[in-house]
Design a protein around this ligand. Sequence first.
Ligand code: C5P
Length: 227
Amino acid sequence: MKYSVVIPAAGSGTRMKANQNKLFLDLMGKPLIAHTLKLFEEDAWCSKIILAGKPDEFQIFNEIIKKEGFCKIEALVAGGSDRQESVKKGLDSLKGDEIVLIHDGARPLVDIKLVHQLVMETEKTGAAILAVPLKDTIKKAYNKKIVETIDREALWAAQTPQGFKLSTIKAAHEKAVLSGVKGTDDASLLEALGQAVTIVHGDYRNIKVTTPEDLVVAEHFITGRET
Ligand code: C5P
């Protein structure tokens, strides 16, 4: 089975409180984004990688690609002002109706076995995501005043990769632009159109490196994976 992957990497990482793109921060001797790219570079099912970055960081991305010897990166495209726009620009550079995965550059820990389960589910249903059940009790609050405790029974935390037939997700992104729909992931754009998306049970280790302590956690999990 084959897939392409679009990797949005054009964020600034404000919540990381670093004065650079968090994807360039060191994680065990190499930039965080190099770990994410390596997973797909080494996966035989992955035929090509589309990376969306900020144009003024292209040089840094190109240096990383050269240094690591990555050869599946078919295009480095200019990202947009938010994640959704960056993903759309990546998708625009793909043609045909292959399966496309969309995976955050900030998730360097996804297990390739789960990626393969996701690809198989996407092949079957047309749209699927990795997600994990919520563990915490969830409160809804305004100005720190709780208004509701939400029944977590049916709640899942969405992760990436998220897998789609290319034509389906391209159409959803185009419609989202026309209708002004914004989502923090790609599945939500299909949901907004009433289209079905399936969950594949993911792994709690597949964290999105967002705040400084996540780097420590990522390092711990990578060490565990390599030993
Ligand atoms: O900020 P956050 O980690 O939630 O962003 C998720 C992913 O989207 C990151 O890999 C980030 O680089 C990417 N992104 C992007 N373009 C933006 C904002 C975020 O590609 N304008």
